[in-house]
Design a protein. Sequence first.
Length: 168
Amino acid sequence: MTETTRGRPIAIQMTVNSVPRAANVEPRTLLVHFLRETLGLTGTHIGCDTTQCGACTIHLDGRAVKSCTILAAQAQGGDLTTIEGLADADGLHPVQEGFRQEHGLQCGYCTPGMIMNAANLLHRNPHPTEDEIKHALQGNLCRCTGYVNIVRAVQWAAAQPGGSSVSG
Ligand code: FES
Ligand code: FES
């Protein structure tokens, strides 16, 4: 493969927050850069370059994934949700509301990734134990909170009537 071939833009299309999106991207473009720079969805954060922080977590075809670990081209045809698409016409997602009720954030940098991962956890496991919450969020780092209120926020969401049945 020549240098020219490696850099040739490729056409991709996917659904992001229920909206069909299409673009030409370089094959090396990371999904997180595509979301932030091409689509302008800057709620998905970048907190590291080592796949450790989880600030870039989104949902891809029903799974929580770190969007810095995936090429945009690998999401071709996918169904994506970012933090901008988590709330619906009825208001905040229960996990978002839980973070507000339980003061689950300070600077907020880790928060979009935390919320996306926690929402996916509750979708898979509506009533997780405290240990299951901690285990699910172990790939999301927070420099501020000490995690206690983050766990409480997820527990708050899980305790809402129908709260954990919201897709995520
Ligand atoms: Fe993706 Fe840190 S930016 S894990
Ligand atoms: Fe600041 Fe988590 S609230 S990094």
